[in-house]
Write a protein that binds this ligand. Structure first.
Ligand code: SF4
Length: 285
């Protein structure tokens, strides 16, 4: 049995959300630099230079990589053998994550991007609530992954419930069509998370999980889906949208696909789009 202090979780999250918003992680930087070399359009190349320059300034001056510092989305893997220590005035893990988010976004002067009701739209003022996905796992693992999810890219995401007869071709066309429809809105070069299978809500979750894969641009271990990823990246990069929609060869930095068993009558597919400001970080305790 491992004991995890809620106060420590809160404090680590406070630092994590700031670091993720200030520092473009090495795996993302590596892909940006690699793709910059492949870009041929002068305007596209210039956008890549600006992305790299922006990353340097953000890191050096502790400024947000983007003004949209996103919804605070978390994936938490918690072991069945983990005991939570209710310290620091905190009564639950949800409260620790919420507090860490509130403190981190406040201390880092990160934009507060959450409204308390989707229709009446009053800002909650502290970037909470956090959006938390829980996974109970065997053992004493405690792993938390944070992703700052900006609105521009999230808005260009899509889900479709295919009949199985649509086949892989139907799914691939849907992913390319979704990237094409997004155009410049999700601030390309984008990252494309694809969830295939599961059911309606599970496909969407898979697509978001696909975005979290590290390092960026690594492939699904199943050669079938790894080929799908390569094919989709090539097709999306032939769309000509280019960096920030200025035209060019590089519209996407990476495509990650995750799959899950599904019902005999259905074949759901979801596409979660992420922008080049790909702010994902984890910690384990
Ligand atoms: S889509 Fe990404 S880069 Fe564009 S404004 Fe939103 S967070 Fe920023």
């Amino acid at each position: 049995m491992k004991t995890i202090s809620l106060a420590k979780v809160r404090d680590q999250i406070k630092d994590l959300v700031q670091e993720a918003n200030f520092v473009l992680q090495d795996d993302v930087l590596a892909v940006v630099k690699e793709m910059e070399k492949k870009e041929e359009s002068p305007a596209g190349k210039e956008v890549f230079c600006q992305i790299l320059q922006n990353a340097e300034i953000a890191k050096g001056e502790k400024l947000g990589l983007c003004q949209d510092t996103g919804l605070a989305v978390y994936f938490v893997e918690i072991g069945e053998d983990v005991k939570l220590k209710k310290d620091g005035g905190l009564k639950s893990l949800r409260e620790a994550i919420t507090e860490g988010t509130r403190l981190g976004y406040g201390e880092g002067y990160l934009r507060k991007s959450v409204v308390e009701d989707p229709v009446r739209r009053k800002n909650t003022g502290d970037n909470t609530p956090a959006y938390i996905h829980w996974e109970l796992v065997p053992g004493d693992t405690f792993k938390l992954t944070f992703v700052a999810k900006g609105g521009g890219a999230e808005n260009m995401s899509a889900i479709r419930m295919f009949a199985p007869a649509a086949g892989l071709e139907g799914i691939e066309d849907f992913v390319v069509e979704t990237a094409d429809k997004g155009g410049s809105n999700p601030c390309p070069p984008i990252i494309v998370g694809v969830g295939v299978g599961g059911n309606f809500e599970y496909a969407a979750l898979l697509a978001k999980k696909a975005l979290l894969r590290k390092p960026l641009g690594s492939h699904n271990p199943d050669p079938f889906y790894s080929d799908v990823e390569k094919r989709l990246l090539e097709r999306i990069n032939k769309l000509g949208i280019g960096p920030q929609g200025m035209g060019g060869r590089i519209t996407a930095l990476a495509v990650h696909v995750e799959s899950f068993p599904c019902h005999i009558a259905s074949m759901p597919a979801a596409v979660n789009i992420q922008c080049h400001s790909h702010r994902v970080m984890s910690f384990e305790m």
